[in-house]
Design a protein around this ligand. Structure first.
Ligand SMILES: Nc1ncnc2c1ncn2[C@@H]1O[C@H](COP(=O)(O)OP(=O)(O)OP(=O)(O)O)[C@@H](O)[C@H]1O
Length: 237
């Protein structure tokens, strides 16, 4: 479970988050929506300490996040973050080496790119047998799956994905929905930001809409929500 209480954050004194109370339950997919520049990425990056709040706090599985080395290490083990652009995440030449990187870092010991940890993670994203492939030769959709596999290989309790459908086609999006629903059914806390109401409705158990630096709507359906008032794409599209 991820929770924020009266979370405040800004860049160079320009406030973006102005008192955000957000909750994502374990075993559920929580979808974060909001107009361009509403602060979705800035909020998601608080969940594993990539950004530090100016006020308020973040709790993961009941424990308040601290920003000393130990605290950051603990939260990063619990919460995996998948960036919008896989280029920001992939670090090694081959798929297997890349997926092995996170768990090796966690354990402070080498992890075999051909071993079971990497194999299981690749299987979970539908990329069994891809271990020897070069990341640079993969399609954008495949790279996104490798980035997710790299996160899953570290065995997190929570997975946070920033705009994961960007650049995916219909089949890619449907497969992603199944994958994220699957992770939630295993008990993980899954949080995902998106601009696409169709994807949001198909994947989500719960919804939060960022508006004017706060959560303007929170609920278990998007039905009846005034998309225009929140600057969102229309929900019937
Ligand atoms: N590193 C940064 N330095 C200064 N301002 C930033 C930085 N990152 C984001 N911002 C600004 O903070 C605000 C919130 O940005 P953020 O990326 O969190 O919004 P978002 O809801 O994810 O946007 P989008 O839907 O367009 O991806 C925007 O006005 C953005 O320009």
């Amino acid at each position: 479970m991820i929770e924020t209480v009266d979370l405040r954050f800004g860049y160079d004194d320009r406030p973006v988050l102005r008192g955000v109370d957000f909750t994502a339950e374990s075993g559920e997919v929580t979808v974060l929506l909001g107009r361009n520049g509403a602060g979705k990425s800035s909020l998601l990056k608080q969940f594993n300490g990539l950004l530090e709040p100016d006020g308020g706090y973040v709790k993961v599985d009941g424990e308040r996040v601290t920003y000393d080395d130990d605290g950051l290490e603990r939260v990063r083990k619990r919460v995996g973050f998948v960036f919008q652009r896989p280029a920001d995440q992939l670090v090694a030449p081959t798929v297997g080496q890349d997926v092995a990187f996170g768990p090796a870092n966690d354990r402070d010991a080498a992890v075999d790119p051909d071993g079971p940890t990497v194999g299981r993670a690749l299987e979970r994203v539908g990329l069994s047998g891809y271990g020897e492939r070069l990341c640079s030769r993969l399609s954008n959709g495949e790279r996104k799956r490798v980035a997710l596999a790299g996160v899953l290989a570290t065995d997190p309790d929570c997975v946070v994905l920033d705009e994961p459908t960007a650049g995916l086609d219909g089949d890619g999006t449907r497969a992603l929905i199944d994958r994220l629903r699957g992770l939630a059914s295993e008990g993980l806390t899954v949080v995902v930001s998106t601009h696409y109401p169709g994807f949001a409705s198909a994947v989500g158990d719960a919804y939060a809409i960022l508006d004017d630096g706060r959560i303007g709507y929170r609920g278990r359906t998007l039905d009846g929500v005034d998309s225009e008032a929140f600057g969102l794409r229309r929900f019937d599209r």
